[in-house]
Design a protein around this ligand. Structure first.
Ligand code: 4AD
Ligand code: MG
Length: 430
């Protein structure tokens, strides 16, 4: 019977065959402990010399790291392992012997591991992070589908910029110039006016010259957009959605959180509603903390965000930033046009901004004014203006940076480990 490590619990005391790789091993003259992995999990195989033919024992005992095999044996409970099961090995069929696998159990430097990312993904830590990433993908689809959102896929090749022109990836689109999408938002607004509540989940690209633990050049974003919903309504969806995905990881990824040594109590505290603080108050708070360098009108850097977040155990919304440091499409606060109806959601523990969201300008005349101020000319932006012309409505939306969210929930320091093949300032390989 062929099975996988993830399924062995269904085969207690049965003989099964698993396609696997050798992660690590330990042996004495009489017994060999094979640490197996098959991509669905990790399990120990125990090979006892007196129970098997001599050549099988030697095959196991001499096996090299990352050699591939079909391994056959009986599944038994093993209370000492966090996984709960082990295999009493009867037979091993070697598929390929791996010679000199570069990533040995000793410590390696980050650059070396990044150069070998195609192999590094096989490690237990990377497995745990990718499992949590997968759980968060699953939970995201569940949350939005359970709450009446339609998934809509915006284009990746675009003729316009959503978030400003300095961070665009340019490319040639036959004889026109095109860009890789920085955000699907403008298209998601069109979709919301067509389908009411919508969300996207796709790759976005920013040619940012930032080399920090929060920045990727290619990252994935979830962008919900909601018709007839004001900014307060959007904040409620944001905190409910984040609570939902954290709960699903706590429920379904216990083993992975344990592998990563993640403090569960910190995640258990993440429950809606989340605290809110205005940009004005945040500036004051920073001044009280001795950040004399920042003035009203400045954008926050990572140290500022961390200092604010440290006041709270939950993610915190910073509301109503100055219009001048935010995108052209944000709706002004009524009676206070210098600030806009927006919020950034800052994760605890120094993980920084995980969501940026706002209510969008729905007034045609005001949007035309913004076009002038921001020099948004040409036909690439015409269609977006028509959304304000034909049945304009109040609407709001947000973008959640997926890798930053994975990093925070998994408790991983740097976003480079939260995506299978990270694209960084100095890295397009592998
Ligand atoms: O705040 P941003 O730029 O917002 C938007 O793009 C809006 N159009 C979203 C919307 O309203 N539909 O980006 C959203 C989030 C940030 O909060 C951050 O988490 C993440 O995307 N992000 C990055 N993540 C990794 N690497 C980068 N270089 C990122 N830039 C932004
Ligand atoms: Mg932002």
């Amino acid at each position: 019977m062929k099975t996988t490590i993830a399924e062995v619990h269904k085969h207690l005391n049965e003989e099964v065959t698993i396609g696997a790789w050798l992660d690590n091993k330990r042996s004495s003259g009489k017994i060999a402990f094979l640490q197996l992995r098959d991509g669905t999990g990790f399990m120990q195989g125990v090979l006892v010399k007196s129970d098997v033919e001599e050549d099988i024992f030697n095959r196991g005992k001499n096996m090299t790291q990352e050699s591939s095999m079909f391994i056959t044996g009986t599944i038994v409970e093993d209370s000492r392992s966090s996984f709960g099961y082990e295999m009493q090995v009867k037979d091993i069929e070697l598929i390929q012997e791996a010679v000199d696998y570069p990533i040995t159990p000793k410590k390696h430097g980050t650059e070396f591991l990044m150069d070998h990312r195609h192999l590094w993904l096989r490690s237990k830590r990377q497995y745990a992070i990718m499992k949590i990433r997968d759980e968060l993908i699953h939970a995201t689809y569940n949350y939005f589908h359970e709450n009446g959102f339609m998934k809509v896929d915006p284009p990746i090749l675009t003729g316009s910029s959503a978030e400003g022109t300095t961070e665009l990836f340019h490319t040639q689109y036959f004889d026109e110039e095109a860009y890789l999408s920085q955000s699907g938002q403008l298209y998601m607004e069109a979709a919301a006016l067509a389908f009411n509540k919508v969300f996207s989940f796709g790759p976005t690209f920013r040619a940012e010259k930032s080399k920090t633990r929060r920045h990727l050049i290619e990252f994935w974003m979830i962008e919900p957009e909601m018709a007839f919903v004001d900014h307060d309504g959007s904040l409620e969806v944001q905190e409910e959605y984040v609570t939902y995905i954290v709960e699903s990881v706590l429920k379904n990824c216990s083993l992975e959180l344990e592998i990563l040594d993640r403090d569960r109590a910190k995640l258990e505290a993440i429950k809606a509603p989340f605290p809110r603080i205005s940009y004005d108050d945040a500036i004051e708070l920073l001044h009280e903390q001795g950040f004399d360098d920042i003035e009203w009108g400045d954008d926050f850097g990572a140290p500022h965000e961390t200092a604010i977040a440290d006041h709270f155990e939950k993610p915190v919304f910073i509301l109503n930033y100055p219009a001048d440091i935010k995108a052209f499409y944000m709706k002004p606060v009524p009676g206070r046009p210098e600030v806009v109806l927006c919020a950034d959601l800052i994760a605890p523990e120094g993980y920084g901004e995980i969501i940026g969201g706002s209510q969008r300008i729905d007034d045609l005349a005001l949007m035309e004014e913004r076009y002038k101020e921001h020099n948004l000319t040409g036909e690439a932006y015409e269609w977006y203006l028509e959304l304000r012309k034909y049945g304009s409505i109040p609407h709001s939306g947000f973008g959640l940076g997926f890798e930053r969210t994975v990093a925070w929930i998994a408790g991983v320091d740097h976003v480079r480990e939260t995506i299978p093949f990270p694209r960084l300032l100095n890295r397009l390989y592998p």
